[in-house]
Ligand binder design. Structure first.
Ligand SMILES: *Cc1c(COP(=O)(O)O)cnc(C)c1O
Length: 434
């Protein structure tokens, strides 16, 4: 079998030495991988139970068109999401175009002129700056007279409780908490930590709405923020809960009245959840959600595998290889442009789609430096699929995430190492010493 594996890896461009290092590392990570498998097993049961309880049937996959009244598949899926996340209701729609849209929807549906939005966890995800109006933008919450307040994090990346207490006032209507660090250097927060923060905030102001940006966090743990007091959780279907199959979509799950507001905002006052045909995407939504726990597990294995490998080679990695995981993002700091570029080339070369193209750094709109991106995805821009990107500026870090299957995530990392070796960034000596 080993010879067979060597041969097949060789045919996709992996040398025996790189494979040896990878296999040795995989062996050492057995215990850690087992923990991810256990979480996946639990979450798989959670999803399955919700599907069985709501009597998901073949009719749910019917192609609904037009107004979409009585779209059984859509309505049932929303119950499946709500039951999985232990919420009263959910809105899960292809008409929600992405994560940013889902977040903008949840905010604009539940805030009114004169209300204040509070982020007690520092700066929110980049795209939300324009939604909120931190950076002036057409249609922002600021244009509608909604103010914004931000409490910076402490040095250690955690919550400044006294400052948060001070920031909560009679106008504070909604608190937004981002679970994943996204592309910042602070830690991603465990569900437990988020729960402590929500408890603290509700003690000060019981009726404040606590929303969690759950992007990249779904199914990483056995609990979701909705299990620890969040009134709404929000995410993208081309990340974790889409399982790699959903071709578009976003969700908001939470308290009935808040979800109702979201529905009226998404479609129209008076219409709400009743309209919005699902246009044939339901089977992929259901099947993707069904697969999501094990897909997230594969992505987590890939993240820890990369962390361990590159930490051993002497590169700073966030999170490090022993830390507990709260999202699927892994950062590796290469310190040189060559490192970032070689890494991304490896991820691209491992892709099932567009493996033959070579990614190059380019001047992307909205970024203050060149950025290199690697993605060979079935769904454009999908970041539950193996993907990486790195801004070409100090500290020359690459952010990588996803992997629909563990063998593919493994190949991606091995391919990145192979590229680094071939480019002379990692020496053969370093490799032999691993
Ligand atoms: C990806 C992401 C978003 C935005 O989602 P898009 O689908 O890219 O619009 C928001 N917040 C976090 C933490 C994210 O990771």
């Amino acid at each position: 079998m080993q010879q067979k594996l060597n041969d097949i890896y060789k045919s996709v461009g992996i040398s025996e030495e790189v494979l040896r290092v990878g296999n040795q590392l995989e062996h050492e990570l057995k215990e850690r991988f087992l923990q991810f498998d256990e979480t996946a097993e639990y979450n798989q049961m959670k999803v399955l139970h919700a599907m069985q309880k709501n009597r998901v049937s073949a009719e749910c996959f019917n192609f609904a068109t037009g107004y979409g009244y009585n779209d059984l598949g859509r309505d049932t899926l929303e119950k499946v999401y709500a039951d999985t996340f232990h919420t009263e209701a959910a809105l899960v729609r292809p008409q929600i175009t992405c994560g940013t849209h889902a977040l903008a929807l949840a905010l604009s549906a539940n805030l009114r002129p004169g209300d204040e939005l509070l982020s007690p966890v520092g700066k929110p995800y980049d795209t939300l700056e324009e939604v909120i109006g931190i950076r002036p933008s057409k249609g922002s919450l600021a244009e509608y007279g909604i103010t914004y307040c931000q409490v910076e994090l402490l040095e250690d990346g955690y919550f400044d409780y006294p400052a948060i207490e001070k920031a909560i006032n009679e106008k504070t209507k909604l608190v937004t908490i981002q679970r994943s660090k996204g592309y910042q250097t602070r830690p991603s927060y465990s569900v437990e930590k988020i729960g402590e923060l929500i408890t603290f905030i509700k003690k000060i102001k019981p009726d404040v709405i606590c929303m969690v940006d759950n992007c990249y966090g779904e199914f990483v743990e056995t609990l979701e923020p909705s299990d620890v007091g969040a009134d709404m959780i929000v995410g993208s279907l081309i990340k974790n809960p889409g399982g790699g199959l959903a071709p578009i979509g976003g969700y908001v799950a939470g308290r009935e009245d808040l979800i109702e507001n979201c529905a009226y905002r998404l479609t129209s006052p008076g219409l709400g959840k009743e309209v919005g045909a699902s246009l044939g995407v339901m089977q992929s939504f259901y099947q993707g959600f069904f697969l999501a726990p094990t897909v997230v597990c594969s992505a987590l294995k890939g993240a820890v595998f990369a962390a361990s490998l590159y930490e051993r080679l002497g590169y700073p990695v966030i999170p490090n290889c022993v830390e507990s995981r709260h999202d699927i993002i892994q950062a590796v700091q290469f310190g040189t442009p060559e490192g970032v570029i070689a890494f991304c080339k490896g991820i691209q070369a491992a892709a099932p789609v567009d493996s033959y193209v070579t990614p190059e750094p380019w001047e992307m709109p909205g970024y203050d430096s060149d950025v290199i991106m690697a993605a060979g995805a079935f769904v454009q821009g999908s970041s539950i699929e193996l993907s990486a990107d790195g801004p070409i500026k100090p500290p020359y870090a690459v952010y990588f995430q996803g992997g629909l299957t563990w063998p593919h995530a493994k190949l991606g990392i091995l391919q990145s190492l192979q590229q680094l070796v071939d480019a002379g960034v990692v020496t053969r000596e370093q490799l032999q010493n691993l």
